[in-house]
Design a protein around this ligand. Structure first.
Ligand SMILES: Nc1nc2c(ncn2[C@@H]2O[C@H](COP(=O)(O)OP(=O)(O)OP(=O)(O)O)[C@@H](O)[C@H]2O)c(=O)[nH]1
Ligand SMILES: [Mg+2]
Length: 234
């Protein structure tokens, strides 16, 4: 698992003192979130708007409902629509309305934890605001960051938005059912993404058709078991 700390990851990005202080505070709160959720897998799902995050979580919930308890915190600049979509498929969800902000910050998650019932929850998804830039800088106390890139977005994104791919553990190429119709090479995007982050795992998924969903659900189940196993071992 990559350190998400901004002190570690800021690299060549030029930040003024105010920005650096904001990011340091964020890292401090992210650490507090990890301490607060020792036995629950937390996944931060990032992407551009409309890449299929909510659909992926809806389909994941349907497939895993007999195997684990899942909850969702979902961030959007406006509306409760995504939380409503999650509840429609029986998944407990809380909307974080950022009021126009382009990302979720750790403090918003920390506060949201007081407003959602997480009793017996094994897997907590955070759906970040659709944006490949700002969310990359904010650790939300997650165990894993998953970036979703739709086949319709173009395969040039890893080199253009490297920090998102650098700080993720898994890249999901979504809407794979559209691959025959769009100029998108999974091979090319994987090569570019691994030049940015050699440890990045890559999956190709169609939430609509179901392709790749078994591999994704198995990955989640393994990570939940690993997290709980770590707790027992500690
Ligand atoms: N063809 C195809 N369309 C998909 C797939 N997954 C999602 N979509 C469609 O893509 C559109 C956006 O999906 P959402 O799940 O709302 O995407 P999102 O990333 O949550 O969007 P924001 O929250 O607005 O950033 C919807 O019209 C979905 O039906 C897929 O696997 N294949
Ligand atoms: Mg959504």
């Amino acid at each position: 698992m990559k350190p998400k700390s901004n002190q570690a990851a800021v690299g060549s990005i030029q930040c003024d003192n105010t920005t650096m202080n904001l990011l340091k505070v964020n890292d401090f709160v992210a650490k507090a979130i990890r301490e607060r959720l020792p036995n629950m897998l937390v996944i931060n799902v990032c992407s551009s708007p409309g890449s299929g995050k909510t659909t992926l979580m809806q389909e994941t919930g349907k497939r895993l409902q007999d195997k684990l308890n899942m909850a969702v915190l979902v961030g959007d600049p406006e509306t409760e629509r995504d939380a409503i979509r999650m509840r429609e498929v029986g998944i407990n969800a809380l909307q974080i309305v950022t009021g126009g902000m382009c990302h979720i910050e750790a403090q918003m998650i920390y506060q949201a934890l007081d407003h959602i019932d997480l009793t017996d929850v094994d897997l907590l998804f955070i759906e970040n605001v659709g944006n490949l830039v700002c969310p990359a800088a904010f650790d939300l106390g997650e165990d894993y960051r998953v970036t979703v890139l739709a086949s319709t977005e173009g395969d040039d994104k890893p080199k253009k938005y490297p920090r998102m791919f650098l700080t993720s553990e898994l890249l999901i190429v979504s809407k794979s059912d559209l691959l025959p119709y769009v100029p998108f090479s999974v091979e090319a995007v994987t090569k570019d993404a691994r030049e940015v982050n050699p440890d990045l795992a890559v999956m190709t998924i169609s939430s609509l058709k179901g392709d790749g969903m078994d591999e994704w659900c198995d990955w989640l189940l393994a990570k939940v078991a690993e997290k709980k196993g770590n707790l027992v071992a500690a």
